[in-house]
Design a protein around this ligand. Structure first.
Ligand SMILES: [Zn+2]
Length: 367
């Protein structure tokens, strides 16, 4: 059975904030994830954590300048907005309608439209659409409220590794152990790159994690030459459609996580435009509809979002599982062995971040 192992870091320096530009008021705590099962990682994102490569961090919400609230969407209840519909129409038009040499038969044959590539004819500004069958997902068949999302070009593949170290560390490395416990998804669970191809050119890549209950968006990067296609919005819509298509095969997989919602940064509020949105309460760890949160966040950047009396459960450090000299043991045993250890505060801090369930399942490395 796969076991998750993490190493917790206590450093807590302020870093530059990418949202408001402040020099040193972006705080987070983090751990190096040597390995994580998809279930264990899901527990972490439901505690407000995110991963960057194999590093998993949690913003220190109550002290940072721009609190980062975990945002998720119920993919099955998704309602497309007018502006999102516009983006879809724009992209679809660009891909399929104007100047395309596609014939009627191809257009109607949606089953063959899993991967579409748009080719420019040399010396001619007209475009030709080609469809070809490849091993990829079928989000093309998933329409959202009549908005056509067909003929997109998504291929789901395990991340390739033959790339530069920094890219690898940030966008390819993943602590997630590919889970294949149930075979409802042909590609299984874990970390993937969704590639968007156009004219045989890779124009965007979405890094996603497919987990038991959700698709979690990690990062999107794209060729700036194609920014006119609003690829950020487009890929969000695609990933919601993708979640819906996976749900048909794996019924419990019904949420789409977009990472962090930053209310203090107007540019980052677009994530709240995917309806319905829910934010994770940073104190009760329950989900609250965005409409209920925004009046509070308009007043103060940090707020307990859940109005009920719900609070986080108290941590029990004695039951935190640790890995010491290749042996798994509860922290209380470790303390009995290492009598002079003074790491109780560290372990308590770790347990508060990850929660009891995670702390009781996952091994915390101790020297
Ligand atoms: Zn900030």
């Amino acid at each position: 059975m796969a076991t998750s192992v993490v190493e917790y870091f206590t450093e807590h320096d302020g870093h530059r904030c990418g949202y408001c530009g402040s020099k040193d008021s972006n705080y987070s705590r983090g751990m190096w994830a040597h390995s994580l099962t998809c279930e264990d990682y899901e527990d972490l994102i439901d505690r407000g954590c995110r991963r960057s490569g194999k590093y998993v961090y949690k913003p220190t919400m109550d002290t940072m300048c721009c609190p980062s609230y975990t945002i998720r969407h119920k993919a099955l209840e998704f309602k497309i907005s007018k502006s999102q519909k516009k983006v879809l129409k724009k992209v679809t038009k660009y891909l399929t309608v104007e100047n395309s040499g596609i014939d009627k038969k191809q257009k109607d044959d949606s089953s063959a439209a899993e991967v579409v590539s748009k080719e420019k004819t040399p010396g001619d500004d007209r475009t030709k659409l080609e469809t070809e069958r490849r091993n990829c997902n079928k989000t093309s068949e998933d329409n959202m409220d009549g908005a056509c999302v067909s003929r997109e070009q998504i291929k789901t593949s395990p991340p390739s590794v033959n790339v530069k170290p920094q890219f690898t560390r940030f966008l390819v490395d993943s602590p997630l152990e590919p889970g294949d416990e149930d075979d409802s998804l042909e590609h299984g669970y874990g970390s993937f790159h969704q590639q968007y191809w156009l004219d045989g050119v890779l124009i965007a890549v979405g890094v996603i994690d497919i987990l038991p209950h959700c698709v979690s968006s990690v990062y999107l990067y794209y060729d700036p030459d194609y920014s006119f296609m609003s690829l950020g919005t487009y890929s969000g819509l695609q990933e919601i459609a993708f979640t819906r298509s996976l749900q048909k095969k794996a019924p419990s997989l019904k949420y789409y996580y977009m990472g962090y919602y930053i209310h203090t940064c107007p540019k980052m509020r677009y994530k709240g435009q995917y309806y319905p949105s829910f934010l994770l309460c940073p104190e009760a760890y329950t989900w609250v509809t965005l409409e209920k949160c925004t009046p509070k966040l308009d007043v103060t950047p940090y707020a307990k979002l859940d109005d009920s009396h719900a609070v986080d459960e108290p941590v029990d450090t004695s039951q935190v599982m640790v890995l010491h000299q290749r042996q798994a043991m509860p922290y209380m045993i470790y303390r009995a062995i290492k009598r002079n250890t003074d790491d109780h505060q560290t372990v308590e801090q770790y347990a508060k971040i990850v929660g009891n369930k995670f702390a009781n399942n996952v091994l915390l490395y101790r020297a």
